[in-house]
Design a protein around this ligand. Sequence first.
Ligand code: HEM
Length: 363
Amino acid sequence: MSPAPPSSSSNAGRAEIPSLLAPGIEHDPYPLYRSLRESFPLVRDELLGAWLLSRYSDVRAALGDVRLGSAPTGPGPGHRRLLEPVLRAATERTAHVLARRMSGRREVDLVAEFSAWLPAAAAVAALGLPWEDAARVREWCRTGSVRPGGVHPDLVGLLRPHVARRRARPGADLLSALCGARTGGQALSDDTVTALAGTLLTGGGEATALALASFLANLLGHPAQLDLVRARPGLIPGAWAESLRRDPPTPVVLRRATAPIALGGTTLPTGSVVACLIGSAGRDPFRFADPDRYDIFRADPAHLAFGAGRHFCPAATLAGLAAECGLRALLDAMPGLRLAPGFRPAPRGLMARAPRLLLVRTR
Ligand code: HEM
C-alpha cells in the first residue's frame, strides 16, 4: 500500500520556480517531474504560460474534467469498425515490406528505416494511395505544417482527386469503402470522406511513430522481456501499454479552463492554461511501484498516454496495430534482432518524446 502523497499547494511564496522550458529539460525531464510532484503539485510556469499538474491523480482528474476544454482536433476517426480490418491488413503488409527491406543489412537505424515510416505508410496503403504520398504526409506531420487531425488545404488537395476517382470507379481500398459508406441511408459527403481520410493520415501518425520507437527501444533494452514476448505474442499488448506508461510520446497535454476551476487548493480563472504532465503521472511512485522500471508484467497498469474521460484518444486501438504488427514483422524477418553493441537509446523531446536513433544488429 503506497503512503498518501503530500498535500497539494500552489507556488505562492516559493523561491525556485521550475519551468518546463528550462535548459536541458527536453533531454531529461524526470528530475523536474519528481520535484514538481513532491514540492509543486500545482505551479504556475511563467515561461510556458501554463499551470503545471504533475501527480497521477491530479492529471487523471484534470484530463476528465469538462471545465478544461481541449483544442478542437478535427473529427474523430469514426467508422472505426470500417477502418480497423483494412488498416490491420495494410499495417501487416507494410510492416513486413519494411522489415524485409532491412533484413539484408547487418546494422540499421530502426527509427529512420521503420518506426518513422510505418504509421504513415500503413495509412497510405490502407487508403489505396500511391506510396510517394507517404513521404509527403510524413513530412507535413513531422514539420508540423499539418496540425494533428487538422484538415489542411494541401491534404485536401492531395485527397480530392483520389476521392473523385473512387466515386467513379470504386476499388477494394478504404477510400472506396468510405465513399460507399452510408449513415442514416445517406452516402458520406466528399468533405466527410476527406476529413476522415485526412484524420487517418495525419491524426496521430507522428505520435504513433514516436510511441513505436520507444516501444522497440524498451523491448530491445530488456532482452529477457523481448525473448518472452517473442515466445508469447499474447504479451504484446501489455508490453505496449507499459511502454506508453513509462515513455508516452506526447508527455504534455495542454488544456484551457472554460470556467473557474479549483485545483490543489487554488482557484484558476477562466482562460487559464493547464499543462497535464502525462509523462510525470506515469512515473508517480504513489501510483506505480518502482515507476522507472520497464516491466511488461506490471500488476498496476492504467497509463494516461491516451488521455482520460471525454477526450480519450478515439484511435487508441488503431495506434496499437502499429505496435503489434510492427513488432511481429520485425521478429519474423530478423529473429536475431538486438541493439547494436555499445548503443544505448536516448529519448529526447518535451512535447513529443522518443529516441530519434535506434541502431540495431539485424543478425
Ligand atoms: C500512440 C499514439 C497516440 C497517442 C499517444 C495519442 C494520444 C492522445 C491523447 C493524450 C489525446 C487526448 C488529448 C486531450 O485530452 O486533450 C488524444 C486525442 C485524440 N487523438 Fe490520439 N493519440 C495517438 C494516436 C492517434 C491516432 C493514430 C489518431 C487518428 C487516426 C488520433 C486521433 C485523436 C483525436 C481525433 C483526438 C481528439 C479526441 C477528442 O478531443 O475528443 N490519435 N490522443
